[in-house]
Write a protein that binds this ligand. Structure first.
Ligand code: B12
Ligand code: SF4
Ligand code: SF4
Length: 379
């Protein structure tokens, strides 16, 4: 391909026409130092229960390991910045905090559809093959976005764009032909700032630029399918799906342009919903309420588990009737969280309910929860 710069300019304007906010190109290649860091992350077990990361480690290390013809990566950013600061809602303890990225439609679908359009258009202008990716494939998207000049990976391990701050999704198209772009990667601009590291409620950063996913509330509320480890429950506050603290505190957000994308505009009912109302939803209602939303993926039981942890952290006695109801839920995931929440809200009511329910409980984890909470609040 000779006239790369004209072609690149036309691709860029097509991407913007389709609704993306920024676009760049780089070689489909992950530098050895970055690969080494991914191996270290897995070796230390920092991926927790995300076994899809360790199982596909080799594939994830370099795009060519997934598709050996991959030569060029086109990387797009979709801006989802809104006008609310999630940190302002942490004190509204009777309401749940849903991460900004999940307050409307599932971004995967929106991005993938448009990436496919862009791919068809590109392949109609030139010969070649292509594959599209958003989030779920074993591909390291942040380093590709960085190499494409779209921003830098900050100390909180997310890409920061000079135009959109922290609030961007990344999408990638790999091509089997080479394109030479003049764009240079941006140098990291975190400087001496440590705001993201300091604000993290669970101390999930062992060092700047390194995250232990097992401690991250985003991981605990979304990826962790079992009982939430006791030591993190109080620290979760009212965050019921994902966490934005380290992103929201970043000073680079002051340059963020608000997203005009209607698909990412927060739905009113997902903006600080009442915990009591959420705790009452059954399987059918859950599916209906979160149809088309990324939240649907975690299922009703895991969602109610998160809601109950937030109820326990609310210090609000008005939550008690809803919490007590869930002590006999069919799901042991829900029962454990309900017992913990009850212990946090009322010692007296906890002791009454334990007398009624402990002996009939068959699940070993739930029995253990009764005992541990009993000891914790009585001694
Ligand atoms: C696994 C995963 C998670 C895990 C682990 C997060 C993580 N930091 O890795 C969990 C569940 C915790 C998670 C949470 C979130 N995620 Co996530 N996640 C991913 C996924 C699928 C893979 C990321 C990965 O490879 N991690 C492995 C480790 C090794 O990578 P790393 O932490 O990024 O480590 C790198 C750097 O830190 C750097 N590094 C390490 N040491 C050093 C030292 C120095 C000196 C330097 C300079 C650099 C450096 O090198 C490492 C290798 O590149 C990507 C999608 C994808 N396919 O890439 C989305 C992705 C990263 N997630 C995304 C989002 C939006 C989130 C959340 C904001 C959602 C939320 N609000 O709850 C949070 C943010 C939490 C956080 N602080 O990172 C977006 C980020 C977009 C962006 N602008 O960066 C992505 C790209 C999805 C997408 N397509 O848009 N996520
Ligand atoms: S998303 Fe929340 S819990 Fe996870 S690293 Fe950032 S501040 Fe910490
Ligand atoms: S809060 Fe500070 S250290 Fe963290 S990513 Fe933003 S600029 Fe970098």
């Amino acid at each position: 391909m000779n006239d790369d710069s004209n072609f690149i300019m036309s691709v860029e304007s097509k991407a913007i026409d389709l609704g993306f906010d920024d676009v760049g190109f780089c070689k489909a290649h992950i530098p050895p130092i970055t690969r080494k860091r991914l191996i270290e992350f897995i070796d230390r077990g920092r991926h927790g229960e995300m076994s899809w990361m360790s199982e596909k480690l080799y594939t994830r290390l370099n795009p060519a390991n997934m598709w050996k013809e991959a030569k060029t990566a086109l990387v797009v950013l979709a801006n989802y910045s809104n006008d609310k600061n999630s940190l302002d809602f942490l004190e509204k303890k009777n309401n749940g905090l849903i991460s900004v990225y999940a307050q409307n439609k599932d971004y995967h679908k929106w991005i993938k559809g448009r990436l496919k359009n862009l791919t068809s258009w590109i392949l109609s202008q030139t010969r070649g093959k292509a594959k599209v990716f958003v989030d779920t494939a074993p591909l390291m998207e942040k380093p590709l976005a960085e190499a494409s000049g779209l921003g830098w990976v900050g100390k909180h391990t997310n890409l920061i764009s000079r135009s959109f701050g922290n609030w961007t999704f990344i999408g990638v198209i790999l091509f089997d032909f080479e394109l030479t772009s003049k764009t240079k990667p941006l140098k990291g601009l975190c400087g001496t700032c440590l705001k993201c590291i300091d604000i993290c409620p669970t101390n999930a950063f062992p060092q700047p630029y390194k995250l232990d996913a097992r401690k991250c509330i985003s991981y605990l509320t979304i990826e962790h399918k079992h009982h939430i480890p006791r030591k993190y429950r109080s620290l979760m506050g009212n965050r019921i799906y994902g966490c934005d603290d380290c992103l929201a505190i970043c000073p680079w957000n002051k340059f963020a342009k608000l997203s005009s994308n209607i698909a990412f505009k927060a739905k009113k009912e997902f903006n600080n919903p009442s915990l009591q109302k959420l705790s009452k939803i059954n399987e059918v209602e859950f599916k209906k309420m979160f149809s088309g939303s990324p939240i649907k993926r975690i299922g009703r039981n895991q969602f109610i588990r998160n809601v109950l942890i937030a109820m326990g952290n609310s210090s609000s006695k008005s939550m008690l009737p809803c919490v007590v109801k869930l002590i006999n839920d069919d799901s042991s995931l829900v029962r454990v969280a309900a017992i913990w929440a009850l212990g946090k809200l009322s010692k007296q009511r906890f002791n009454i309910e334990k007398r009624h329910n402990f002996n009939k409980e068959r699940d070993i984890d739930v029995k253990k929860e009764w005992m541990l909470t009993y000891i914790e609040i009585n001694y």
